[in-house]
Design a protein around this ligand. Structure first.
Ligand SMILES: Cc1cc2nc3c(=O)[nH]c(=O)nc-3n(C[C@H](O)[C@H](O)[C@H](O)COP(=O)(O)O)c2cc1C
Length: 337
């Protein structure tokens, strides 16, 4: 039975965050089911990346399961990995509502959630009960009130709690919804941030746990090249590209004016696809195989994922397409791969 197909008209008539909460409520019931199916991955899909064994290259991008509440469900649906978060060190409510908008005709989402997070302590405690057989990443951010100059301490505080419970961590310096966050992508800010995180990783005896950096699609090509060199020189493990875009130009007229009327935030989904792909290709060319890249941004079909992997990405993540197409998307992509 296509449950999502039956629910979709209701979910898309509700306010987006209410729909999200309802879907998560239902998901939690499903996740608690003792007979959840074991995922059935074709052996050919397995990938050894970052020193980890991924049952499939397809993962769930950060921002959907911010609090690690539905991990058994994501596993049963067939994701090989899930990036939990963004988790901030201390709890914070995020931006006022409305802060999430869907444009189904374009497969587009606008969000300015602003890191609503239960905080690292709560999420880390939940992660202690995570299911086996699913790779889990912890995506880390800073609290809104923390000044940019003190960002490193926030990432470190979140890392101390979350890293021991996950398989890899990702530093989110690319959300457009925390003022100043993206400034951390500048090489002179990035160097001490990465060095400080790698020092902590060593202190904690987690040298072998991958540390990734998630980048925005709104960086100029030369800036991407410079960031790649900083990332490689730092000794981090890989990159994720991309986060949401601030560029309203990705939205075709006549929808663009309507999207603009909804205010600030990052755009994701189908309209982000070509921009994210261009950014990834630039990064891959600069990387020359020195670090693995996780593809994200506008991927919505097996063909999209295949294309990203053929370009040289090691893994791929989806978010927006799952909202529009429902959980069956996962099986469709795996079958297509
Ligand atoms: C509602 C929403 C919330 C998001 N929250 C986060 C987040 O907390 N941390 C993060 O790194 N990315 C976040 N993202 C970005 C996604 O992980 C992904 O990078 C982006 O949506 C592009 O992929 P997509 O086109 O498949 O959605 C969020 C995206 C959406 C739509």
């Amino acid at each position: 039975m296509d449950l999502y197909g039956a629910l979709r008209p209701l979910l898309f008539r509700l306010d987006p965050e209410t729909a999200h909460n309802l879907a998560f409520w239902l998901g939690a019931r499903a996740a608690a089911w003792p007979n959840l199916p074991e995922p059935d991955h074709a052996p050919a899909l397995r990938r050894e990346v970052l020193g980890l064994s991924f049952p499939t290259p397809l993962g769930l991008a950060a921002g959907l399961d911010k609090g690690a509440t539905l991990l058994p469900l994501w596993k049963a649906l067939g994701f090989g990995h899930v990036e939990v978060g963004t988790v901030t060190p201390r709890p914070q409510p995020g931006n006022p509502r409305p802060r999430l908008f869907r444009f189904p005709s374009a497969g587009l989402i606008l969000n300015r959630m602003g890191f609503n997070s239960e905080g690292a302590e709560v999420v880390a405690a939940r992660l202690r009960h995570r299911p086996a057989g699913l790779i889990v990443g912890g995506n880390l951010g800073k609290n809104k009130e923390t000044p940019e100059a003190a960002a490193l301490e926030d990432y470190r505080a979140a890392y101390r709690l979350v890293a021991p419970q996950v398989d890899y961590t990702a530093l989110n310096v690319s959300s457009p919804n925390t003022p100043g966050l993206r400034n951390l992508q500048a090489p002179e800010a990035l160097k001490p941030l990465l060095a400080g995180m790698l020092d902590l990783r060593k202190e904690m005896g987690l040298e072998r746990q991958p540390l990734l950096l998630k980048l925005a699609p709104d960086l100029a090509p030369e800036d991407l090249d410079a960031i790649v060199e900083v990332a490689v020189a730092s000794g981090i493990s890989g990159l994720i590209a991309t986060n949401t875009t601030l560029d309203r130009g990705v939205v075709a007229e006549p929808l663009r004016a309507f999207v603009e009327s909804k205010g600030a935030g990052g755009l994701s989904g189908a309209p982000l696809k070509s921009k994210a792909r261009d950014v990834r290709r630039r990064i891959l060319a600069a990387l020359r195989g020195r670090l693995p890249l996780v593809a994200c941004g506008g991927l919505g079909s097996a063909g999209d994922v295949r294309g990203a992997l053929d370009d040289g990405a090691a893994l791929a993540q989806v978010y927006s397409a799952l909202i529009f197409e429902g959980p069956a998307l996962v099986g469709r992509i795996q079958a297509g791969l």
